[in-house]
Design a protein around this ligand. Structure first.
Ligand code: ZN
Length: 478
């Protein structure tokens, strides 16, 4: 304690005894013994909180304990928003701006939560969006961008991986930093620990199996999601040579990398043949020819054939480029693109809905993104945007649908009561609706004419015309 006091006197960072708790760790875990009783420090055997994380003596239960606490507070928070009449778009904004931030600190500092916790979180979020009713849009679709037919809902597993990948960026920000050095012990690799992130999926999996630190296991799993499965020959030639050795020999081959033998291409001459050992020996300074042939042995036969073919046809092509994704990760200040890549892997576009519209309307623009983006461009009113989204996704209930569920007494149109009320009839074919469209068409034409005649007054004056000032698009539809 004397040392702590001396430190406080010198640095000005004094220990606040009244707010401190003491806990036994190691062999005395759970002991009721106390020391420094004159200080009146509160002794605890159970849990203590540091920087927003609850710590326990049992590290295994610690992760779920922290998440469960946040889940309870999230439920309370969302409960206070349930009564408000919000659209799913509004609710997604609440989730992303108020509920999700509660978990970011945990995602970033603790190992990933169990699958049960993730699915509970998912359940809470989606129940909130759909008012405790079944989902109206597939979860894999709603997570997409507006442009692609989604509502930008967060995909929790991708978001967690994205937060974990941010740590790789932090490593590269200062590879020789003090905490970065710890990775050398965690991965049991002496040099170039940052080179690990350039390894391929299989090698990372091998590394993941031998380390015991759960947090870094999750970071490795996250970066593995970004790695490609099928490589082109050019990409294969850029593969790090350490992908073809046992992970225990990583440090040995790191020396070769430092001497300039980095990738498969460095082992191959311009005719597509593997270089003679003497040539490698001159560069690497390694006298053990077995180490060289071990690597050649590990390169699959079909790749050897493809490399040969590639080199013969592209002898002048410079293939030695770096891992593009890793470069982007290190150099970009904002790495939101990582989340987008991960999300797009699970996203499913609303193809069946688009197909139905194409079937009904015939000549539609092939680029359906345009239709999904249009409401967002035209209005900032989320009720209107969501109304259009319901039409596009065909989840707006018409009499035909309600009649099928025995909720409506008729399947006929509310306005003309002659034809079946389908979406196309309700918004396009119906005689009454056609009249409305004609009126709108005329009104817009009038506006345009007025605007062209009074160009100098600008569009603001036109839109505030007294004649139509009570016109409200929402009134038409709600
Ligand atoms: Zn009708």
């Amino acid at each position: 304690m004397e040392i702590i006091y001396q430190f406080g006197r010198i640095s000005g960072l004094r220990l606040n005894v009244s707010k401190s708790q003491a806990v036994w760790l190691g062999s005395k875990t759970g002991s009721n013994e106390t020391i420094c009783d004159d200080l009146n420090i509160l002794w605890t055997n159970d849990t203590f909180k540091v920087l927003g994380i609850v710590f326990t003596n049992n590290l295994k239960g610690m992760v779920d304990l922290n998440y469960k606490e946040k889940i309870l507070s999230t439920k309370r928070l969302l409960g206070s928003w349930v009564q408000r009449d919000l659209t799913p778009i509004g609710k997604i904004t609440i989730l992303k701006s108020l509920a999700l931030p509660k978990f970011i600190h945990l995602f970033s500092s603790l190992p990933n939560p169990s699958k049960a916790i993730i699915s509970e979180l998912d359940k809470i979020f989606f129940r909130f969006i759909w008012n405790n009713k079944p989902d109206k849009i597939k979860r894999s679709t709603i997570i997409g961008s507006y442009e692609k037919g989604g509502l930008n809902m967060v995909h929790i597993p991708s978001f967690i991986s994205y937060i974990k990948i941010k740590w790789i960026k932090r490593i590269y920000n200062n590879p020789k930093g003090s905490w970065q050095k710890l990775l050398s012990y965690i991965f049991d690799i002496r040099e170039d620990t940052e080179g690990v992130w350039g390894l391929n999926k299989h090698k990372l999996l091998e590394l993941r199996k031998i380390i015991s630190n759960e947090f870094w296991k999750d970071v490795i799993s996250a970066i593995m999601l970004l790695k490609k499965d099928n490589l082109t020959t050019s990409e294969f030639l850029q593969e790090d040579i350490r992908n073809f050795c046992n992970i225990s020999e990583y440090s040995f081959y790191t020396k070769w990398c430092l001497q300039g033998i980095n990738c498969v291409n460095d082992l191959i001459n311009q005719h597509g043949n593997f270089k003679q050992f003497e040539e490698i020996q001159n560069i690497s300074g390694c006298n053990n020819f077995l180490k060289y042939y071990q690597i050649i042995e590990k390169i699959p036969m079909d790749w050897k054939k493809r490399i040969k073919e590639f080199k013969v046809n592209n002898s002048l092509l410079d293939v030695c480029e770096d891992d593009e994704l890793l470069i982007k990760l290190i150099s970009n200040k904002c790495i939101k693109f990582v989340y987008e890549i991960l999300r797009n892997k699970v996203f499913q576009s609303p193809d069946t809905r688009i197909m139905k519209w194409k079937h009904e309307l015939g000549n539609m623009n092939e680029e359906y993104n345009h239709y999904y983006l249009f409401p967002k461009k035209c209005s900032s009113d989320t009720s209107l945007i969501y109304f259009q989204y319901r039409i596009l996704n065909r989840i707006l209930s018409t009499n035909t649908f309600l009649f099928r569920l025995n909720i409506s007494e008729t399947n006929l149109c509310t306005f003309c009561a002659v034809e079946e009320e389908t979406l196309t009839h309700l918004f396009y074919d119906c005689v009454h609706v056609r009249n409305l469209w004609n009126e709108i068409h005329q009104w817009l034409a009038e506006l345009l004419k007025y605007f062209l005649m009074n160009r100098s007054f600008g569009p603001v004056l036109v839109l505030n015309q007294p004649v139509r000032k009570n016109f409200n698009w929402s009134d038409f539809f709600f």
